[in-house]
Design a protein around this ligand. Structure first.
Ligand SMILES: Cc1cc2nc3c(=O)[nH]c(=O)nc-3n(C[C@H](O)[C@H](O)[C@H](O)COP(=O)(O)O)c2cc1C
Length: 142
């Protein structure tokens, strides 16, 4: 699996979530490589069975939520034809549909986005662990 992320703030919430997600998936037996989105190893990406992409939620808190790193993700990642992906966002109060919109960005590159996650910045460990359970459940049911 490859996990790639785009963090914006000095707190690096999305990066912390990515680390926690990697830890959870490794504990379940997956081999995981992790890269910031501007330093993705394209060879590892091409070989990965699953790609997990995370960014921060931007917006006006009550509306207009969107995946903050979407433009960078769209420009840095290559085509993802038929690649199974999961998208997640870290957020402060209300993520709206930002994680689904990130999934749309991946699907525009040819990916099949199998699930989304939202990770509250004050509950990074807890929400990341839930996301890991959701990812694993998706595979168990496949
Ligand atoms: C310009 C800006 C807009 C934001 N808009 C929202 C928002 O609409 N909803 C929300 O829940 N969080 C919002 N946030 C909070 C971030 O999504 C949150 O702090 C996130 O965890 C930051 O991740 P990072 O540390 O990886 O950059 C916003 C942050 C910024 C800087």
């Amino acid at each position: 699996m490859v996990i790639t992320y785009e963090s914006q703030s000095v707190q690096k919430n999305t990066e912390k979530a990515a680390h926690r997600i990697a830890k959870g998936l490794q504990a379940a037996g997956a081999s995981v490589a992790m890269f910031p989105v501007n330093r993705v190893d394209y060879g590892a990406l091409a070989k990965a069975d699953v790609v997990i992409v995370g960014t921060w939620c931007g917006g006006l808190f009550l509306f207009g939520q969107h995946p903050g790193g979407a433009n960078k993700i769209a420009s840095e990642l290559p085509d993802l034809w038929d690649k199974a992906t999961f998208s997640f966002v870290s957020y402060a109060h209300n993520p709206g549909a930002a994680a689904e919109k990130l999934g749309d960005v991946l699907e525009a590159k040819g990916a099949v986005n199998l699930g989304v996650g939202t990770i509250h910045r004050d509950k990074i460990n807890e929400d990341s662990e839930q996301f890991v359970r959701d990812v694993l459940a998706e595979f168990a049911s496949a």
